[in-house]
Unconditional design. Structure first.
Length: 105
């Protein structure tokens, strides 16, 4: 499968909550969660090198429709609701169309 839709998100946790935000985002890889979907081809959680409360998420999906369908599900909405309570400010999103690359984790 080839990723035809993706995005980067930058999330800023309330002071001292970066670890909890990372833990919560990584549950997105658990069975039944959005990152475990066959349509999610890239799910990378990273931290800012200079601010432990700034977290970046990169996702690549088989299609934009698949992404929206999966995120409309109960598992994704539970994670999103918990994330909202940890944030200090509005998250920043940049949509993109993947061209080519490599992911090995």
């Amino acid at each position: 499968m080839i990723a035809t839709y993706g995005f980067n998100a930058t999330l800023t946790a309330r002071t001292g909550m970066g670890d909890r935000l990372v833990e919560l985002l990584l549950t997105g890889l658990d069975e039944g969660s959005p990152g475990a979907s066959e349509h999610c081809l890239v799910y990378l959680v990273s931290r800012s090198a200079s601010d432990p409360d700034v977290v970046h998420v990169t996702e690549g999906w088989s299609s934009e429709e698949d992404h929206h369908r999966v995120f409309a599900g109960e598992a994704a909405q539970l994670i999103v609701a918990q994330i909202d309570g940890l944030l200090a400010e509005e998250s920043e999103y940049t949509d993109y169309v993947p061209v080519r690359g490599k992911a090995a984790f």
